[in-house]
Ligand binder design. Structure first.
Ligand SMILES: Nc1nc2c(ncn2[C@@H]2O[C@H](COP(=O)(O)OP(=O)(O)OP(=O)(O)O)[C@@H](O)[C@H]2O)c(=O)[nH]1
Ligand SMILES: [Mg+2]
Length: 207
C-alpha cells in the first residue's frame, strides 16, 4: 500500500466514541508491551505516531489511525498487565470483546505474540475466545530482531503448538525495529481489507 497520509482519527475510552464504521478496519490485539503501538508505527513508517513505552500499560484507550482516508488501523489496550486495576482490566476486556464481536467494518484481527516466549494464559484465552466466535486471527510474532536466526523454527513450532494453530499460513514473524516482515504483513492486511475479487471486471471479461 502506498502511504499518502496517516492521522490519529479518534481516541476512545468508551465504545460510543468509536468513529462510524465507514472504512475497512484492522485491529491489533495482544498482551501489554508485546509491541502493538510500535507495529502501527512500523506499518505507517512513522516513528512516534502511536505512543510506545518500555513499561507495559501504555495504551489505555482504543485509538483509531486513518490511512489514506481508506482504512483504519486500531490500537487496543494490552491485556494482562497486573498494575492496571482489576476494575480497569475488566472494563477493557469487555470493551475489546464487544468491539471484536460487534464491529461490522472489522476485516482482520491481528493477534500479537512475543516471539521469544511461550504464549501466556492471557494469549491462550484470547486466541481461544476469538476462534470460538469465528474470528480467525492473523498471528504476528513480534520482536524477531531479539532472537537468533537459528532459533526461529523452534520458536515458531513452540508457539503454534501451544496455541493449537492449524494453519501455519496465518503466522508471520516481524520486527518493528529492523522492519523485517512488515511488507509481508501489509500484503496480508491489504488482501483482507481490499479483497481482489471485488476488483472491477476488466473489458476482456465482459464479452
Ligand atoms: N527490539 C524490539 N523492541 C520492540 C519491538 N516492538 C516493540 N518493541 C519495544 O517493546 C516495548 C513495548 O512496545 P509498545 O509498542 O509500546 O507495546 P504495546 O503492545 O503497545 O504495549 P501497551 O500499550 O502497554 O499495551 C517498547 O520498548 C518497544 O520499543 C521490536 O520489534 N523489536
Ligand atoms: Mg500500546
Amino acid at each position: 500500500m502506498k502511504l499518502r497520509n496517516v492521522a490519529l482519527a479518534a481516541v476512545c475510552g468508551r465504545k460510543d466514541q468509536f468513529p462510524e464504521p465507514d472504512l475497512p478496519e484492522i485491529c491489533f490485539i495482544g498482551k501489554s508491551n508485546v509491541g502493538k503501538s510500535s507495529l502501527i508505527n512500523a506499518l505507517t513508517g512513522r516513528k512516534a505516531l502511536a505512543r510506545t513505552s518500555q513499561a507495559p500499560g501504555k495504551t489505555r484507550t482504543v485509538n483509531f489511525y486513518e490511512v489514506n482516508e481508506a482504512l483504519y488501523l486500531v490500537d487496543l489496550p494490552g491485556y494482562g498487565y497486573a498494575k492496571v486495576s482489576q476494575t480497569e482490566q475488566k472494563r477493557w476486556g469487555q470493551m475489546i470483546e464487544s468491539y471484536l464481536k460487534q464491529r461490522e467494518s472489522l476485516c482482520l484481527a491481528v493477534l500479537l505474540i512475543d516471539i521469544r516466549h511461550e504464549p501466556g494464559k492471557g494469549d491462550q484465552m484470547m486466541y481461544d475466545w476469538m476462534t470460538y466466535y469465528g474470528i480467525e486471527p492473523l498471528i504476528v510474532l513480534t520482536k524477531l530482531d531479539k532472537i537468533k536466526k537459528n532459533q526461529l523454527q523452534k520458536q515458531l513450532a513452540l508457539i503454534t503448538r501451544a496455541l493449537g494453530i492449524q494453519n501455519k499460513e496465518n503466522v508471520i514473524a516481524v520486527s518493528s525495529e529492523s522492519k523485517i516482515g512488515i511488507d509481508t504483513l501489509w500484503q496480508r492486511m491489504e488482501q483482507a481489507a481490499f479483497p481482489t475479487d471485488a476488483a472491477p471486471i476488466s473489458d476482456s471479461d465482459r464479452s
